[in-house]
Ligand binder design. Sequence first.
Ligand SMILES: Nc1ncnc2c1ncn2[C@@H]1O[C@H](COP(=O)(O)OP(=O)(O)OP(=O)(O)O)[C@@H](O)[C@H]1O
Ligand SMILES: [Mg+2]
Length: 367
Amino acid sequence: MDSAPRILIIDDEEVVIDSCTQILRGSGYQLATATDGTRGLKLVQEFHPDLVFVDLKMPGISGFDVLEKIHEIDATIVSVVITGFATVGSAVDAMKKGAYDFLPKPFTPDEFRMIAHRGLERRKLVLETIALRREKELLREQFASIVSHELKAPLGAVQQNLFALEFELSGALNEEQKEKMERIKVRIDELLKLINSWLRVISVDINKLKEGFQQIPITTPLSSALESMAPYAARKNIEIVTTISDGLRPVTGDSLSLAEVFVNIISNAIKYSPDNTKVSVKAEEKGSNLLVSIQDSGVGISKEDLPHIFDGFYRGKSGQAMSGHGIGLAVSRQITEAHNGSIAVESELGKGTIFVVSLPVEITKTL
Ligand SMILES: Nc1ncnc2c1ncn2[C@@H]1O[C@H](COP(=O)(O)OP(=O)(O)OP(=O)(O)O)[C@@H](O)[C@H]1O
Ligand SMILES: [Mg+2]
């Protein structure tokens, strides 16, 4: 296939088409032209342009509609609007419909060449970004598979054999040997936990998660998280005060994953709070969002740490004294974003922290 950049011009004025053709002659670009939107869109599908110039004012289907359809056909195609009425308003509208740039009529050959060049550079960048994203995805999958097959599986086997050996040797080991055995077991256990953490971060498959989305009341994942966290809170004599507003609308999501989000945040609140304090968990609706806030009066997060706490494997100063791998929040953010939600945080060192998970509620359409 010829790899020369492809440009399509859709304009009802023959003179514009002729002058563009003239200007691009000898430039090495492949050019296709159409004098109305319908033919133009057909060419978008057959000619596969990198860059499309679209006249805004054409008889038949309008330039705005053409822009929208091009975007639907292939969102990576870069489109530039040609217009005789170069008002800011039409430029803004065109940008909203996905246009990348704007060429006011009349234009000089240099202006046209420059905008074409810029549009094609943009297209190159868009395609490169997609390729990089795909490569990253592939690396992530490969890494996950290497970690689980080459590290986790053999280490699991070592652990199994160790358990068997310990059983067989029971009674035969002296105190010193028993201590060594114990140390080996602890280290292997830590390594397996670390590997599981890695796997958790790299294996949140957002698309797969979305396949299982259902309408659920927020109380389902929230209660399950609170229940599993209760023993940890009790150990530190931390009271979890729960306030759930009446009549909360359901959210669309995956209950187990949302429970994981709440477990991660509530477990942090407990972990990073001193004994005998309170953690408050609140669920309420605000506009079209359901907000679940988890507030503690713990050690707080420093201003330097705050922008990084959602990064994978990042542990703030407050984290270092406690056990963990710095993945709870990274995973929580991935899961929440897969639900079209977000997590906000405010914190003051020495005073406490509040995390707010915001999820869109199911909108019932009234027609
Ligand atoms: N409620 C909180 N109070 C104080 N610091 C917090 C709180 N929640 C999170 N942090 C800080 O953010 C960092 C990242 O949190 P995250 O939950 O991702 O990891 P972690 O708790 O260190 O380990 P893991 O969750 O993997 O066991 C923590 O190391 C800690 O410094
Ligand atoms: Mg954590």
